[in-house]
Design a protein around this ligand. Structure first.
Ligand code: TEU
Ligand code: CA
Length: 559
């Protein structure tokens, strides 16, 4: 089967924040259908749909209580079927979010599992207290700590035991030592593939298999991870799903792989091993962060190029992304948006320059690009005023943990502002009308006040807009084999700029990017790399002439 997903650009939709159709303040499936033309217009050929399944929404749908039902907030199964059909009409394929490390505690399996005699008991990971069942104060079975900064063991009175949850306590982990669980997952895959899905984005897919429940080595975050990250049997599970189900359909998978290193990644997506087609790693978004992604530090383009080179050259095919529903907005993170704006939030011209430069960056790498809703119009981090405005479980978990560590309020707020997942979850800014055209009523999460300046409708008719820049570069990429499949060659980087090349046969393109507010005179060496014809300059220049303007990106074709 042809690897069609290599030649398409993907677009991630976070349904609750995309478009509300019935004015309840929550985005929904009919809303998505009403916006398919805008998505098609952008040149997108794949949609990754964040979870739309039945869920009590402890983690916004990443806690599923029924894999075969649609969350009534989002619509009905008939709406979902219509979405598949309408997308197909526009030659857009849909991949579903596969969240199978855990279910919701409200899933029928878990409810039944609470009874120790139930055949569902072994669907989850139950353990007696470390100090024995009869003890008064029940001690958790081991010293692990979780992804949401809290405990990973929850005591269940009815069971007299603890269950494992690496995320929220409403997200109990499934037990992959039980072959029945794997069979259940296969049936879920078949169900959605038969409905029309063309693949899956696989949530935290490298931590399914818990080899042992022994104590973990002492660390600051996710203590115990060495017992469940990228385990040998995890590879086996992936191969089995592929062999028994996925290989029978024309579909692909992209894994979300937490704390993955290149060695593990090679095993997970080596074509001959038949596990995943590609994966999302996090390294590049952590070049200016400490302790995974929570504490900001200074950005250096050199470091970013080094990380990109490692992955671009280390794997045959990459999933490319700068944003998703868990990350800060890229114009705020790597771009100029936070520094370049007026008091009322009106963005300056560097905001726009940097948004385009970052678009050029993502779309000139080797792999399948994933654009996150709102990225194509340069949406920025939130302007929330206090913790009460935040909805995200992880943000609140982090805040609690930092409080416990006696970190002062202003620092907690500063760090959360930089890293909160709600940065990406504010409603899509469609137009300048109330609630940004997202909904006729107050949305579930605050709209960013800058929607009057940054919105889809304004940009649609402006040939110089970020939106039209994305459109143009996507089109250019589609028509330029070398930009999709060409080899990646790093050429030059310092603290502010980077230069790399793509090469295929005798075709060659060079990309130069300025990640700073300064106009930069290039060294003779750097200038030497840029002697082709300018195909794109985010500042509209026709020649580079030995310097890069602030936040400029250029693409040159070697003659
Ligand atoms: O995220 C996986 C994950 O590791 C996150 O906890 C990550 O550390 C955090 O979001 C900071 O970026 C996936 C989903 O993308 C996320 O939305 C879910 O909350 C999580 O799995 C649990 O399903
Ligand atoms: Ca709605």
């Amino acid at each position: 089967m042809k690897a069609w997903w290599k030649d398409r650009v993907a677009y991630q939709i976070y349904p609750r924040s995309f478009q509300d159709s019935n004015n309840d303040g929550i985005g929904d499936i009919p809303g998505i259908i009403s916006r398919l033309d805008e998505i098609g217009d952008l040149g997108v050929g794949i949609i990754w749909l964040s979870p739309v399944y039945k869920s009590p929404d402890a983690d916004n749908g990443y806690d599923i209580s029924d894999y075969r039902e649609i969350n009534p907030k989002f619509g009905t199964m008939a709406d979902m079927e219509k979405l598949f059909a309408e997308a197909t009409k526009r030659d857009i394929r849909i991949i579903m979010d596969l969240v199978i490390n855990h279910t919701s505690d409200e899933h029928e399996w878990f409810q039944k599992s609470r009874d120790p005699a139930s055949p569902y008991r072994d669907y989850y990971i139950w353990q007696p207290p470390r100090n024995g069942k009869g003890s008064m104060r029940k001690l958790p079975p081991n010293n692990w700590t979780g992804f949401f900064m809290g405990d990973v063991w929850e005591y269940d009175e009815q069971s007299g035991e603890f269950y494992l949850h690496l995320f929220d306590k409403k997200q109990p982990d499934l037990n992959y030592k039980n072959p029945k669980v794997v069979e259940e997952v296969k049936n879920i895959l078949r169900f959605w593939l038969d409905k029309g899905a063309t693949g899956f984005r696989c949530d935290v897919i490298n931590i399914l298999y818990k080899t042992s429940l022994a104590d973990g080595k002492k660390t600051l975050a996710v203590q115990g991870i060495e017992h469940y990250k990228s385990q040998e049997r995890n590879h086996d599970v992936l191969r089995e799903l592929r062999r028994d189900v996925l290989d029978k359909y024309d579909c692909f998978t992209v894994g979300e792989t937490v704390m993955v290193d290149l060695g593990e990644a090679k095993l997970l997506c080596d074509e001959s091993r038949r596990e995943l087609d590609m994966l999302f790693y996090f390294d590049h978004l952590e070049v200016d962060r400490r302790i995974a992604q929570y504490i900001p530090k200074k950005f250096h383009a050199r470091k970013l190029l080094k990380v990109m080179t490692k992955w671009q050259r280390g794997l045959d095919w990459n999933a490319l992304y700068l944003e998703n529903h868990d990350q800060a907005r890229i114009v705020s993170h790597f771009g100029a948006a936070e520094k370049d704006r007026s008091l009322d939030g009106k963005p300056g011209k560097h905001w726009q320059q940097s948004a385009k430069m970052l678009a050029l960056f993502e779309l000139t790498l080797r792999g399948t690009p994933f654009i996150y809703q709102g990225q194509e119009i340069g949406m920025t981090n939130f302007d929330f005023k206090s913790m009460d405005d935040l909805d995200d479980v992880l943000s609140h978990g982090l805040n609690r943990l930092m409080k416990k560590l006696c970190i002062p309020g202003f620092l907690r707020w500063k760090w959360l502002k930089a890293s909160s997942r709600d940065n990406a979850r504010t409603p899509m800014q469609w137009d300048a009308s109330k609630n940004a055209g997202f909904s006729g009523t107050k949305p579930w999460l605050g709209v960013n006040g800058n929607y009057r300046y940054i919105n889809h409708t304004t940009q649609k008719d402006d040939p110089d807009s970020v939106l039209n820049f994305y459109k143009n570069i996507i089109a250019l990429r589609k028509n330029t084999e070398c930009l999709i499949h060409g080899e990646f060659l790093p050429l030059y980087a310092d603290n502010r700029i980077m230069i790399y090349r793509r090469k295929l046969g005798n075709q060659s393109y060079t990309i130069a990017l300025n990640f700073s507010f300064r106009s930069i005179r290039l060294s003779r060496q750097a200038t030497g790399f840029l002697d082709g014809t300018v195909v794109v300059s985010t500042s509209g220049r026709l020649e580079v002439k030995g310097h890069l303007l602030p936040w400029e990106g250029v693409l040159l074709k070697e003659d």
